[in-house]
Design a protein around this ligand. Structure first.
Ligand code: SF4
Length: 696
């Protein structure tokens, strides 16, 4: 038995894990890593028990080429020669999705392949589907899309404001660190969420707003702060701009009007606002300025006006001066394990690696890579799928993503993706998108390769190979480098640009080209991760950002007004509002966790949470097999009758189980600024099915 320290492959908290490997090179069990600075020895059920998918018999083990509608096995040479030849044919109409589950090194080389060899910036990843509105708003108003503070600041805060996030299910170890602050040190908690979540038991205020009314809530809180004179005048004067125009907008309604629009009590709204603005002193930190952390999830972002929602949060943080110190800050809780790193590495269509603008940085990249690059912004993930039918995208390379499960309105997404002329998928399993591909390449899991992940608090941590690749699978970076050399020769680019001896060589290239990573190397993070920015090799890393100024200079207030809460509202035919989220025991669409028997044993059917009044009106009882319908499709689940949801609202997690998933119902309406789909809301109806069983 041997031990290998590495990083959890599930969520953006980035917990340290220790894989115990048996003599057959299989993961026998997983321990926590008490030395890990992000998780401090804690793990949730997915990190501790969720890695058996690595050796699941469903793993893809060899390249597959489709012929006459059937897959046949192929050698790597045959498959990559075919892919290289076809990709060159579709240069100019090519797009690629990167994987936020893969390493920084995998992501960096994939965007290099797309930009340098395919001549396009059509590269994106799943942040488009989770925190794109946060990133858009933060880039515009702050100049950086990264979380400003660290998990340690949750524990140092006097007040935690948790918005649109069921952290106990989706980021359990971050939630544990929040609970530690509340239970052991008297930090105050405010929860804003249309659904009652576990953390509400500890909340000083729980505002159960109507779904989609975040702007009303946050403008109302701002109005309450202004009415009380609790704004931070010195921060506003010295650190921000456009305050007066924003203030005029906020003053256009009263706290009572905002509260009514949001469906919450005016006194609760006022109380929560003043608590956030002026939190009480912490009994264990009497000498520090009490701070408030603003932490949010996809309940804020996955809306028709998700960017407005994120803006309204940032405005409140500026108003109260709750940013730029320890124990406060703005923290979008990132979804996948490496969604931060995938963006840092450049898998986004509108900037180069390190969020550097094409204008400012393209010359550096052209010099390093020895060829000209396109400055034309690429298509975003959702737009790539939408524009396939017009022929703007004819070939795609999809790595570690399953858009035929993750896109909204799945029937529509399926139609689009099937219209591609050539599709290559690289992944661990034969999922819905892989089934329709022309070539499928077997990828390595996190346990079979070296690299790095960057977690929600900007900590770059090592991923270490613990077992040999399963079957003929190869690490993504190695496959893309091999493919890159084949394409480079044909398009007259130096194939040496895709010759790497190890993952660390790719990391070093990325660090040379990205200023905030320049001081990092595998050697420096060997004994624990370092938080970027880390500009020089003797820099210790950065726990909190924006102490003196923002990357854009002054923080920008942006006036926002509550718009329509959703593209579709309930009517006689579809009388309920669907809202979506997560369950603790599954990860996103469930492609991985549905192959972990222990997790599947706990939740094997999609739960449909419905208020007792609506259950009675629909003739549904707790435990009933239930069908949910929207204008786009249907899904089956099991009823959980509970007043955790409001009357008129049902809650369904994203996971696909027994062929049913919320995304058969969701609406492909988009936030115009960020192009995130409106996953959170659509009109539905619920009916009882005949069989009956009870949820565990
Ligand atoms: S909290 Fe996230 S990173 Fe930590 S063990 Fe759970 S899934 Fe893994």
């Amino acid at each position: 038995m041997r031990e290998v320290k590495t990083t959890c492959p599930y969520c953006g908290v980035g917990c340290g894990i220790v894989l115990n490997i048996d003599d057959d090179d299989r993961i026998a069990w997983v321990d926590d890593d008490p030395t890990n600075q992000s998780s401090q020895g804690m793990l949730c059920v997915k990190g501790r028990f969720g890695t058996t998918y690595v050796n699941h018999p469903d793993r893809l083990t060899t390249p597959l080429i489709k012929e006459d509608g059937e897959f046949r096995e192929a050698s790597w040479d045959e498959a990559l020669d075919l892919v290289a030849e076809k990709f060159i044919e579709y240069r100019g109409a090519f797009g690629s999705f990167a994987s936020a589950k893969a390493t920084n090194e995998d992501a960096f080389i994939q965007q290099k392949f797309v930009r340098l060899l395919m001549g396009t910036n059509n590269i994106d990843h799943c942040t488009r589907l989770c925190h794109a509105p946060s990133v858009e708003a933060m880039l515009d108003q702050i100049g950086s899309g990264a979380t400003s503070n660290s998990y340690a600041d949750y524990e140092a805060a006097s007040c935690l404001l948790l918005v649109g996030s069921d952290a106990s299910s989706n980021h359990p170890v971050a939630a544990s660190r929040m609970r530690r602050a509340i239970d052991s040190a008297g930090a105050q908690l405010i929860v804003i969420n249309p659904k009652r979540i576990d953390m509400c038991d500890r909340a000083a205020y729980f505002l159960q707003n109507k779904p989609g009314t975040d702007v009303s809530v946050f403008n109302g809180m701002a109005r309450a702060v202004l009415d009380a004179g609790f704004e931070d005048r010195s921060f506003i004067d010295s650190r921000t701009e456009d305050f007066d125009g924003w203030k005029d907008e906020v003053l256009s309604s009263t706290v009572e009007q905002y509260a009514e629009a949001a469906g919450v009590g005016a006194e609760e709204l006022r109380g929560a606002a003043l608590l956030y603005a002026r939190p009480p002193e912490r009994r264990d930190r009497p000498t520090e300025i009490p701070g408030s952390c603003l932490i949010w999830g996809m309940g804020v972002t996955q809306h028709l006006h998700g960017t407005d929602n994120a803006r309204s949060l940032l405005n409140l943080a500026f108003l109260c001066g709750q940013i730029g110190r320890p124990g406060c800050g703005v923290s979008p809780l990132r979804g996948q394990n490496n969604v931060q790193g995938c963006g840092d590495a450049g898998c986004i269509p509108d900037t180069l690696p390190g969020y550097q603008s094409y204008e400012a940085a393209i010359a550096n990249f052209e010099e390093a890579w020895g060829a000209g690059l396109s400055k034309v912004q690429g298509m975003r993930a959702t737009d790539m799928v939408e524009r396939i039918p017009q022929g703007d995208v004819q070939a795609m390379f999809i790595v570690g993503e399953n858009p035929m499960l993750s896109e909204p309105n799945l029937h529509h997404a399926e139609e689009s993706l099937k219209a591609l002329k050539f599709l290559v998928v690289m992944d661990l399993f034969m999922h819905e998108t892989a089934e329709i591909a022309d070539v499928v390449l077997p990828a390595c899991s996190f346990a079979e390769k070296d690299g790095t992940f960057t977690n929600s608090e900007r900590r770059v941590q090592r991923v270490r190979q613990a077992i040999p690749p399963v079957g003929d699978a190869r690490p993504d970076w190695e496959v893309i480098a091999d493919l890159g050399r084949r394409v480079a020769i044909k398009v007259d680019i130096d194939p040496g640009q895709f010759t790497y001896g190890s993952a660390s060589e790719i990391f070093d290239e990325m660090a040379r080209l990205v200023p905030f990573l320049r001081g990092l190397s595998y050697e420096r993070i060997e004994d624990g991760g370092i938080q970027w920015p880390c500009p020089t090799s003797d820099h210790p890393g950065t726990t909190f950002l924006h102490e003196e100024s923002f990357p854009r200079g002054l923080g920008k207030f942006v006036a926002v007004r509550q718009q329509d809460v959703a593209d579709e509202t309930p009517d006689d035919e579809y009388p309920l509002m669907l809202t979506t989220g997560r369950v603790l025991y599954h990860w996103h669409g469930g492609t991985i966790t549905s192959r972990v028997q222990g997790l599947l044993n706990t939740v094997d059917t999609v739960p449909v949470t419905i208020h007792p009044d609506d259950a009675a009106a629909s003739g549904v009882e707790d435990g009933d097999a239930t069908a949910v319908f929207s204008r786009r499709g249907r899904m089956n689940g099991v009823a959980v009758v509970s007043d955790a949801v409001q009357p008129g609202t049902i809650f369904v997690p994203f996971v696909k189980l027994k062929g049913s998933a919320a995304n058969f119902l969701t609406n492909n309406a988009y936030d115009e600024v960020s192009r995130i789909p409106e996953y959170k809301l659509c009109a539905v109806k619920v009916e009882k099915k005949r069989e009956r069983r009870r949820m565990r």
